[in-house]
Write a protein of this length. Structure first.
Length: 100
């Protein structure tokens, strides 16, 4: 994993128990303690990408959010198997190259 933001997210989640979550600000503060507010949008963007890949769940009030339409205070946690399957089913199909 080469992205430092993704690495920080998963590092923080790895020490928690199943179903436990973190605030995106915790990741931003770990990466840039002095200017964490500037890092926060990048953390949210990375988290959204991970959610679309089925590798992370973004929650609001304990419920997974719709990755296409959410606002406000959120938390990050590892996905359940069902959440991963749902995220992967939403991805556009991969078209195979025609080698004719």
């Amino acid at each position: 994993m080469s992205d430092p933001i993704e690495a920080a997210i998963f590092e923080k989640l790895s020490v928690l128990g199943p179903g436990k979550s973190i605030e995106p600000a915790e990741v931003a503060k770990a990466l840039q303690p002095e200017q964490w507010q500037r890092m926060l949008p990048k953390v949210r963007t990375a988290a959204l990408g991970l959610m679309r890949q089925g590798r992370l769940t973004i929650t609001k009030k304990g419920k997974p959010v719709d990755p296409e339409n959410f606002r406000g205070v959120t938390r990050l946690r590892l996905p359940t198997e069902e959440e991963t399957a749902l995220a992967l089913s939403r991805r556009p199909p991969v078209e195979e190259a025609d080698d004719d």
